[in-house]
Design a protein. Structure first.
Ligand SMILES: Nc1ncnc2c1ncn2[C@@H]1O[C@H](COP(=O)(O)OP(=O)(O)OP(=O)(O)O)[C@@H](O)[C@H]1O
Ligand SMILES: [Mg+2]
Length: 270
C-alpha cells in the first residue's frame, strides 16, 4: 500500500467489513471492478515537486449491475480513474481487476478484446467518426469484433431504435443535435453487449431536458440489460438515479454514499 493512500477514510465510509449498512448493500452482489490502491502520477518532464498526483491510492469495489456515479471537483481525478479502470491508461501503481482478472497482466490482444467486448465507453464529447453515418458509427465496434456486416447492420439498427434515433440512422454526426449524437454514442457503447459502461460526463454538453432523456435511457439500460454503469458526472439529476456515489477529492476517495444517504428528492440534493 502506498504511503499516500488513506485507508481510514475509505473504511469509515463504506468498507463492507466494518460498516454494516454498506455490508448489507454489498451482500449477494458480485464484484465486477476492483480497484486496489490505484495511483497515477503525471511526471512529464517536471522536477519531482511539480509532479501531478492525479490519483493518490483509490481502493473501491464496484458491483455487477449497479449504477455508480463518480462525483468530485474539476481536476479531482475522475477521468484519470476512468481511464485506469477502463484499461485506457496504466496506473503508476496499484491494480485494477475486472471480473477478478488483473488487467495489467493482460497482453495487448487480451486488453484489446476486453476494451472491445467487455466495456462500452461514452465520452463527454461523443467521439463519433464524422465521415460515418450514425448507423455506421454504431456498427464500428461490431466490425472490430469480427461480426459479419449484415448482422452488425441489423443489430445497429435495433440499437438505433433502443435509443430513439432510428429516423436519423443515415445521418452523419454533423447533421444531428447534441442529444442525438449522445444517443448514437450510447448505442455504440452497447454494440458488443458490454458488461460495463463507462460514461464520462454523458450529459455535460446537453440541455436540461435532453440530459433527462439520456438519464432515463441509461436507467432503462441498467434495468433491462443489467449492465454496470459507472458515470462521472456533475449532474445532480444523475445522482438521483445512482445506487451509490463515489466522491473523489484530490485523487482520493472522500466518501462513498448509498442512495439512501443522499436524501434526494429527484433533482435536489440537500
Ligand atoms: N495527460 C495528463 N498529463 C498531465 N496531467 C494530467 C493529464 N491528465 C490529467 N492531468 C491532471 O490530473 C489531474 C486530474 O485530472 P482529471 O482529468 O482526472 O480530473 P477530472 O476530475 O476528470 O476533472 P473534470 O471534472 O474537469 O473533468 C488534474 O490536475 C489534471 O490537470
Ligand atoms: Mg474529467
Amino acid at each position: 500500500m502506498s504511503e499516500s493512500s488513506n485507508p481510514s477514510v475509505y473504511q469509515t465510509y463504506w468498507d463492507p467489513e466494518t460498516n454494516s449498512r454498506h455490508g448489507d448493500y454489498a451482500r449477494g452482489k458480485d464484484v465486477i471492478v476492483r480497484a486496489r490502491d490505484v495511483a497515477k502520477i503525471y511526471r512529464m518532464d517536471l522536477p519531482k515537486e511539480e509532479w501531478v498526483h492525479a490519483l493518490r491510492g483509490i481502493t473501491m469495489e464496484i458491483y455487477k449491475g449497479e449504477y455508480l456515479a463518480i462525483m468530485g471537483p474539476s481536476g479531482s481525478g475522475k477521468s484519470t480513474f476512468f481511464n485506469a479502470i477502463g484499461g485506457l491508461d496504466q496506473p503508476t501503481s496499484g491494480q485494477v481487476f475486472i471480473d477478478e482478472v488483473d488487467i495489467a497482466q493482460l497482453d495487448a490482444k487480451e486488453l484489446a478484446w476486453m476494451r472491445c467486448r467487455k466495456i462500452g465507453y461514452i465520452f463527454q464529447s461523443y467521439n463519433l467518426i464524422t465521415v460515418m453515418t450514425a448507423l455506421e458509427n454504431i456498427m464500428l465496434p461490431m466490425t472490430f469484433a469480427g461480426t459479419p456486416s449484415d448482422e452488425a447492420r441489423q443489430k445497429a439498427f435495433e440499437l438505433c431504435k433502443t435509443v430513439g434515433i432510428d429516423h436519423r440512422a443515415d445521418n452523419k454526426p454533423s447533421e444531428l443535435s447534441g442529444g442525438q449524437q449522445q444517443r448514437v454514442a450510447i448505442a455504440r457503447s452497447l454494440a458488443n453487449d458490454p458488461a460495463i459502461i463507462l460514461a464520462d460526463e454523458p450529459t455535460a454538453n446537453l440541455d436540461f431536458k435532453t440530459g433527462l432523456e439520456i438519464i432515463d435511457l441509461m436507467v432503462k439500460l441498467k434495468e433491462e440489460k443489467n449492465v454496470t454503469i459507472i458515470s462521472a458526472t456533475h449532474d445532480h439529476e444523475m445522482l438521483a438515479i445512482s445506487d451509490r456515489v463515489l466522491w473523489i477529492r484530490d485523487g482520493q476517495v472522500d466518501r462513498v454514499e448509498l442512495r439512501e444517504d443522499l436524501k434526494i428528492e429527484k433533482g435536489s440534493i440537500h
